[in-house]
Design a protein around this ligand. Structure first.
Ligand code: GDP
Ligand code: MG
Length: 241
């Protein structure tokens, strides 16, 4: 069965968050849109699998895919996008910090755009993270923008909508989910931005620390810069009939 939209949610140890989030997604998309929701459980060690299984009993749109071992957020996203039954895919974080009520806005934008619009990216106007994370993120963004010059202001926002085929053609590497905007632009796609809300994490803890993120961040920046240079610009091809 084909659907108009697939919502992909990567989760690692979010037992207390997934139930609330799944219901919020269903509320946000109730109406005309045919959709499915794929939770990609990245080998959680808490009660996440049990909660998801229970949810599925009264949410027929729900699909659960489980990694046999922990493989990270980028890999979980790719697993979900690969499994999606629609060309338009939206993503959001599994901890409830992104508000599913923003999904219809992103969906409307990506549907209204032509095939050259690769992605609609959420921009969190007011971050609801602690002070240390906000400062670290601000500093990281400055370095990132200096190195990549792609105009992205909030690359870390989990709320995004894109074309499945465009996403699956991007080069894959661990942590690539932080560079999706850059990678889309590199292929010659346009990226549009939509302001979205952000909420505090209600349950569980963040999976990323400030320092581990900074260290892999430097290697990633160098790698992504290299990728930007080793490219001749996007090509949209036509077939002679
Ligand atoms: N699949 C998967 N998801 C992860 C992993 N680490 C974090 N996530 C998910 O990615 C989202 C963002 O992570 P979070 O810890 O909230 O990061 P923060 O908001 O930047 O503090 C949440 O939905 C997490 O459950 C991981 O190793 N694998
Ligand atoms: Mg979070």
């Amino acid at each position: 069965m084909a659907v108009a939209l697939t919502v992909v949610v990567p989760v690692k140890d979010e037992a207390q968050n997934v139930g609330i989030l799944a219901r919020e997604i269903a509320t946000a998309l109730a109406g005309d849109t045919s959709y499915e929701v794929i939770f990609v459980d990245d080998a959680s060690t808490d009660g996440t699998p049990t909660v998801l299984k229970q949810l599925k009993e009264d949410m027929p749109q729900l699909r659960i895919i489980r990694h046999a071992r922990n493989a990270g957020q980028s890999r979980a996203l790719r697993t979900g996008v690969s499994a999606a039954r629609s060309e338009i895919v939206a993503t959001l974080d599994g901890d409830g910090q992104n508000d599913p009520a923003d999904l219809p806005k992103l969906l409307a934008e990506i549907q209204a755009g032509g095939f050259q619009l690769g992605m609609v990216a959420g921009v969190r106007l007011q971050r609801r993270d602690n002070w240390a994370k906000r400062q670290a993120s601000r500093a990281a963004n400055r370095v990132r923008n200096w190195a990549l010059k792609d105009g992205a202001t909030d690359t870390g926002c989990g709320l995004k909508a894109f074309r499945r085929s465009a996403y699956l053609a991007l080069p894959y590497f661990d942590h690539m989910h932080r560079y999706l905007i850059t990678l889309m632009l590199r292929e010659g796609y346009k990226v549009q931005y939509v302001n979205v809300s952000h909420r505090p994490r209600l349950h569980g803890r963040s999976k990323y620390g400030v320092w581990d993120r900074a260290i892999v961040g430097i290697t990633d920046l160098l790698g992504v810069r290299w990728l930007q240079h080793r490219f001749r610009g996007g090509v949209f091809e036509t077939e002679e009939l």
